[in-house]
Design a protein around this ligand. Sequence first.
Ligand SMILES: Cc1cc2nc3c(=O)[nH]c(=O)nc-3n(C[C@H](O)[C@H](O)[C@H](O)COP(=O)(O)OP(=O)(O)OC[C@H]3O[C@@H](n4cnc5c(N)ncnc54)[C@H](O)[C@@H]3O)c2cc1C
Length: 416
Amino acid sequence: MRYSALSIIKNAFSGNRDWKPAWREPEPKPHYDVIIVGGGGHGLATAYYLAREFGIRNVAVLEKSWLGSGNIGRNTTIIRSNYLLPGNNPFYELSMQLWEGLEQDFNFNAMVSQRGIINLFHSDGQRDTYRRRGNAMRLHGVDAEILDRKDLHKIAPYLNFDHARFPVLGALRQKRAGTARHDAVAWGYARGADSRGVDLIQHCEVTGIRREGGRVTGVETTRGFIGCNKLALATAGHSSVTAGMAGLTLPIETHVLQAFVSEGLKPVIDTVITYGGGHFYISQSDKGGLVFGADIDMYSSYAQRGNLATVEKTLEEGVSLIPGLSRVRVLRSWGGVMDMTMDGSPIIDKAPLDNLYLNAGWCYGGFKATPASGFCFAHLIAREEAHPVARALRLDRFQRGLLLDEGGKGPQPNLH
Ligand SMILES: Cc1cc2nc3c(=O)[nH]c(=O)nc-3n(C[C@H](O)[C@H](O)[C@H](O)COP(=O)(O)OP(=O)(O)OC[C@H]3O[C@@H](n4cnc5c(N)ncnc54)[C@H](O)[C@@H]3O)c2cc1C
């Protein structure tokens, strides 16, 4: 069923009784050409592009919980392509371009909103760094501009411009950046993949990977053994666990990242703002809640909840940047389990096993990467070669010293 204004009108006349479920609930088949482990954004996008772009439809996505229960439904929804490094920039720009046509492409309202992002700077040195990043973006054909205090006063008069320690001096802006409704992205990809024949199997946890002579033959699951020609892992915060089932140790640590939403307010923040004096980012949802977050909890954990010290630090940063926030009530906070690599950049590559493929290490930035990650991972699985924009995201970069350290923070996963 194609969604359109006409279909809404037609269904309204029939009492909304004819809507079909957005995807089937199939029983697993004994064997698939490709099994994707993980029904988050990246797994679902990969299945969608495998079927749509590369004609590979005998595919199953195995998800241990319900589709979209992981980080894809827990993030702060920011999308952008304001990267410095040549290994990162073209990849995230491909993602941005896919976001721009996504809703028409998969016929689902993902509420993609290009409201822009503003990265504030607070010192002369930081201005130079942001200018350099802006120039690098423009050299790659990505939109970037520097705003001064006067511009910012018009856009965000509520900022603490004359903060004693971190005065707001200006910002780097990418106008095409913004937000998207995160769980609708998962639903859109799921529906698009299902309608092309992909089996989406929920409540099916992979508990082991069966191998014979250097090749994967299939997976042990809570619903029995399922065979496959190719196995793709897209399990985000559990990448080390699932790769460990194939005997691999990844250069990844697992950390919790928290997010927060306030009570609904009238429209006040019409862009995404990041604080250069610390690590704090904020936007306003269409329902009116202020959605914000900061750093990870800094210790390794698989718990989907964080600690109070980080809550306190996040709120301190928020109030330091926007003093009026102290009057706003926080409604909810939650945590997501994220995999952090040694250089803060992701991995899309073949594993050192013939038919095993890895999509991991998304750290803070995996939501914005969802379309390009799915597209490039599908390309790798179908064509057995890296997509040109994802060539730097290889696993052996850690061995060969070809790190993609966007933040220049060194081999410290918790600092990226
Ligand atoms: C609080 C928070 C805020 C964030 N904010 C942003 C942001 O604003 N912008 C941005 O770009 N990124 C953001 N991120 C990061 C981004 O959400 C993640 O990097 C990205 O969603 C990870 O990819 P995914 O969607 O595939 O992960 P997930 O949705 O976590 O998918 C992985 C899936 O694998 C499943 N799984 C794991 N093990 C197994 C198994 N053994 N068998 C079967 N299934 C399994 C899990 O249940 C899960 O559903 C944020 C993350 C968090 C936690």
